[in-house]
Design a protein around this ligand. Structure first.
Ligand SMILES: N[C@@H](CCC(=O)N[C@@H](CS)C(=O)NCC(=O)O)C(=O)O
Length: 207
């Protein structure tokens, strides 16, 4: 299998972490969505990451669809998303908050990084940040019981936290939400997270 996408993409990273936790070996294709746009569109018509190329040549796109495939492969006992019931509903709600937060932080980051300075829209960046803050506050209201197994809700939350730290760290300084700090610390200590660490870099701050 080949995982396409760099680990500063939280969507790619949550797939990489899940592959590692479930014991799948994979090659890593580190082409960039911006630097390798034309070649990336040959892999995924949307020109986005992640994609997972299966041994039979099938290419799966979109992290949720890829994660669903992984869960189907390992079966309900090992699946990272609870197969049914209130556990699944709660996990999906938490994942929706975490991925929604990623999307708003990413929208603000693209506005700062991709859009030419003259055309940047500070009100839009501010709106995205308010939405991201809403997601973070809602997620911080739920803690992860010490005896609860690691499921996709916590994996995605931890990948989101690391991404916010890269893209807009002022949104989530250490100590603002101890429950989120705890999720991050618990996950980032695991080998599947340690081996998928995104590079450390600072994006331009929000001004
Ligand atoms: N819903 C998609 C979102 C993927 C996504 O937003 N990927 C970003 C990188 S984290 C991307 O490819 N951005 C480039 C673009 O959209 O042009 C998923 O879960 O895979």
């Amino acid at each position: 299998m080949i995982l396409v996408g760099q680990y500063d993409s939280p969507y790619t990273r949550r797939v990489a972490v899940s592959l590692g936790l479930l014991g799948f070996g994979f090659e890593h294709d580190t082409r960039s969505v911006f630097g390798d746009f034309d070649s990336m569109r040959a892999t995924n018509p949307l020109g986005r990451v992640p994609s997972l190329i299966l041994p039979d040549g099938t290419t799966l796109i979109d992290s949720a669809a890829i994660l669903d495939w992984l869960d189907q492969e390992v079966g309900p006992e090992r699946a990272l998303l609870p197969p049914s019931g209130s556990g699944r509903q709660q996990a999906l709600q938490r994942i929706a908050l975490a991925t929604g937060t990623i999307d708003k932080v990413m929208a603000g980051a693209y506005e700062r990084l991709v859009r030419p300075p003259l055309h940047r829209w500070p009100d839009w960046i501010a709106r995205c940040r308010i939405q991201a803050e809403g997601g973070l506050a809602a997620l911080a209201g739920q803690s992860w019981p010490a005896d609860a197994r690691l499921c996709q809700a916590w994996i995605t939350t931890a990948c989101m936290i690391r991404y916010v730290g890269l893209a807009d760290p002022d949104l989530l300084p250490l100590g603002r939400y101890p429950a989120l700090d705890a999720v991050s610390q618990r996950c980032e200590a695991l080998p599947a997270f340690e081996t998928t660490n995104p590079p450390e870099y600072a994006l331009p701050a929000v001004t």
